[in-house]
Design a protein around this ligand. Structure first.
Ligand SMILES: [Zn+2]
Length: 123
């Protein structure tokens, strides 16, 4: 039964490689989370890297990037519209916090340029 073991030794790395291949090319790959306050960029983070960022100090928003989507999970603004917006994951989607003049936007894809016009109607 040694041959069965040999087969496993060959198959497992192949399976792992296949899994890795799938994991490394999610639809959100190459996209970024762009954070602006008052129209000025304060941060830009890869959408596919999990992290939690605190934006601001006295006026804060907690930005959480996880599993290829971004969300404001906490903030001390008055209306909490940004928190209620929930997760965004597609290019052009935004989370807006009016009291803090904060805009979180998904940008990117392979083209590398940001098309300000295609922002999708920030009203
Ligand atoms: Zn807010």
């Amino acid at each position: 039964m040694k041959h069965r073991c040999d087969l496993l030794v060959i198959l497992l790395p192949l399976l792992a490689a296949g899994l890795l291949f799938l994991l490394l090319r999610p639809s959100g790959a190459g996209q970024y989370v762009l954070v602006t306050v008052d129209g000025a960029e304060v941060g830009r983070y890869p959408l596919h890297e999990d992290r939690t960022v605190t934006i601001g100090e006295a006026d804060y928003n907690i930005l959480e990037i996880r599993d290829g989507s971004a969300a404001v999970t906490d903030a001390n603004c008055g209306d909490h519209t940004c928190v209620r917006t929930g997760q965004i994951r597609r290019a052009g989607e935004t989370i807006i916090c009016l009291p803090h003049r904060l805009v979180v936007k998904i940008i990117g894809g392979g083209e590398g340029t940001v098309d300000a016009v295609s922002g999708g109607g920030i009203a």
